[in-house]
Ligand binder design. Structure first.
Ligand code: ADE
Length: 232
């Protein structure tokens, strides 16, 4: 998979894309990351990328020209047979969920548009973007963190990225439940003991306990997930 990030703050990316599992995924050629500065595509003589909103009001709006040009530059570098998903990050977008990560992990090419300022010229949404996502009901200073959240959650689902292929099948959310409690050595830490069942070696009982715990935890912490599961 290829991922391109269009941003005004390219320095926000190398630390995340160059560490841990994302770094390893790129080394294994499961994914390639490219970061582009939207300002480099501005045709304005001062490299301006924003302007005042028509009709007045506070703040600045990202102009369409550099965003369209940056996106078209990226698309020229990729085979015409691949239609990329062009993803806009904004608080008004569809709330991003694990099922969106699963859907995006099946694509060949993702382009993320990360805006700052008060907003995007609406023609970017209407004539360029294929998906708009929000990563939560709060306002960030820009779309970069959202794009990185999506890139991270998608990359770990790509084939051969996680060592143990089954390790994302048990993720919180992938079956609609939160994950069960995990323990490692020692069996007794400061008098706090690991539940006996986990030391029993009885695989069926362990599986049953984990299922119950996942359900209990979800009931207590995220009852909304259970209601959604019932409706499905
Ligand atoms: N940009 C600003 N706030 C955002 C959010 N909550 N999700 C995605 N992009 C954003």
């Amino acid at each position: 998979m290829r991922m391109d990030f269009l941003t005004l703050f390219p320095d926000m990316f190398p630390g995340v894309l160059g560490s841990s599992i994302l770094k390893r995924a790129e080394e294994k050629e499961a994914v390639s990351f490219y970061v582009h500065n939207i300002r480099d595509f501005s045709k304005d003589k001062h490299k301006k990328v924003d302007d005042y909103p028509y009709g007045g009001g506070a703040g600045m709006v990202l102009t369409p020209q550099p965003v369209f040009d940056a996106c078209e530059f990226v698309m020229q570098q990729t085979p015409a047979s691949v239609s990329p998903r062009i993803i806009l990050l904004c608080p008004q977008g569809k709330p991003y969920k694990q099922r969106d990560a699963e859907m995006l992990s099946k694509e060949e090419h993702l382009i993320f548009i990360c805006g700052h300022y008060e907003g995007y010229d609406e023609r970017i949404r209407e004539h360029l973007v294929t998906d708009e996502f929000s990563i939560g009901d709060y306002v960030l200073t820009g779309g970069e963190l959202g794009a990185l959240v999506i890139a991270d959650s998608v990359t770990r689902l790509l084939p051969n990225v996680l060592g143990n292929e089954s390790s994302h099948r048990h993720d919180s959310f992938s079956d609609g439940l939160l994950e069960y409690p995990q323990y490692t050595r020692p069996a007794d830490f400061r008098g706090w003991k690991v539940p006996d069942v986990l030391l029993s070696g009885h695989h069926e009982k362990i599986a049953q306990w984990r299922k119950e715990q996942a359900l209990l935890r979800t009931k207590k912490r995220r009852p909304d997930l259970l209601q959604k599961k019932e409706k499905e």
